[in-house]
Design a protein around this ligand. Structure first.
Ligand SMILES: Cc1cc2nc3c(=O)[nH]c(=O)nc-3n(C[C@H](O)[C@H](O)[C@H](O)COP(=O)(O)OP(=O)(O)OC[C@H]3O[C@@H](n4cnc5c(N)ncnc54)[C@H](O)[C@@H]3O)c2cc1C
Length: 290
């Protein structure tokens, strides 16, 4: 199935497609809007949920957000992006902002844990902790699984919420849920982690805050250069190795480094918007000269 045909490519209206709808994509749309970009912007989100920030951007006349539509294939020659559902979007400029994903596949029983996998999880983790503390009637002991920056932040959240964290950098083989019954209050929360060698750790709750890596598979399959440690290789102006394709936010790596911070995503979006506007204003002149 094809998306409704946007503006023909011969017109001055530049079509920008953004793969990904996280903070970097949102900042880019906001920047383009502030700069009174007159073309069309299509944002592809692989998530079904509709966060307020994204809905507000979707209200802008030049913006269309496609929820639950993961970008799954890029045809860099014909400049189209296809989604998993078979929709196809033509672009003049494509920006990849697919962010990051956990390095490893989920541990057995991970569904029973509090997961600190995105920045939005902090309030959810805090709420989960409060619930466990209420049920226990004391300060909970929390097992924190993870290394790196996310685990450091999760530890700060746990301490701030009165949990005594016990951290493990070894990855468990499984999480064992506990059922605590008390009248109508019955709790199903993870309370033990078991390691490959059979050893285990017990606590009142388990928080997973595992290491993440750039989500660059879509880009790699389209022939974009990716860094050895993950991430779409970009130049200083956020161009990828393929003409017409840019990368910002956690999906990108400059000099082999993924910055992985909101402030970095926002400044990348600002600088990329400037480049896209320059391309858009140059396009009609190029077409006229052709
Ligand atoms: C646990 C955690 C805590 C953090 N805490 C902080 C903090 O305190 N301060 C700070 O500055 N930074 C923090 N960060 C980093 C910050 O969240 C990221 O730098 C920022 O979210 C990057 O934004 P992004 O849009 O590039 O990527 P993401 O936030 O990963 O967003 C990418 C989006 O694209 C979607 N997507 C992925 N693939 C596709 C596809 N194929 N098609 C369509 N959509 C797709 C994803 O579902 C996601 O919604 C934290 C990160 C984590 C993981």
């Amino acid at each position: 199935m094809s998306a409704p045909a946007p503006t023909p490519s011969t017109s001055a209206a530049t079509r920008i497609v953004i793969a990904g709808a996280g903070p970097a994509a949102q900042a880019l749309v906001a920047q383009l809007d502030r700069a009174r970009f007159t073309g069309t912007i299509t944002v592809l989100s692989n998530r079904d949920d509709t966060p307020t920030e994204l809905l507000e951007l979707a209200m802008l006349p030049q913006v269309s957000v496609r929820f639950g539509q993961p970008a799954s294939h890029i045809d860099a020659v014909n400049r189209t992006v296809a989604t998993a559902d078979g929709m196809e979007f033509a672009y003049d400029q494509l920006v990849i902002a697919t962010g990051s994903a956990p390095v490893a596949s989920p541990v057995d029983g991970a569904g029973q844990c509090l997961s600190y996998a995105t920045i939005d999880d902090a309030p959810r983790v805090a709420k989960g902790i409060q619930k466990v503390a209420r049920e226990l009637g004391r300060r909970p002991v929390g097992i924190l699984v993870g290394t790196g920056a996310a685990a450091g932040q999760a530890e700060a959240v746990l301490r701030a919420k009165g949990v005594r964290p016990i951290r493990t950098t070894a990855r468990p083989a499984a999480i064992i849920p506990a059922v605590v019954s008390g009248g109508s209050a019955s709790r199903q929360a993870a309370s033990a982690v078991v390691f490959e060698d059979g050893s285990s750790m017990t606590g009142d709750l388990v928080v997973l805050a595992e290491e993440r890596v750039s989500r660059d598979g879509l880009a790699a399959s389209a022939g974009l250069q990716t860094a050895a440690g993950g991430g779409i290789v970009i130049s200083r102006d956020y161009r990828s190795s393929v003409p017409g394709i840019w990368a910002i936010g956690d999906a990108a790596a400059f000099d082999g480094v993924r910055l992985g911070l909101l402030v970095a995503a926002a400044s990348a979006a600002g600088a990329c918007a400037t480049q896209l506007l320059t391309e858009a204003s140059a396009a009609p002149a190029l077409q006229a000269a052709a």
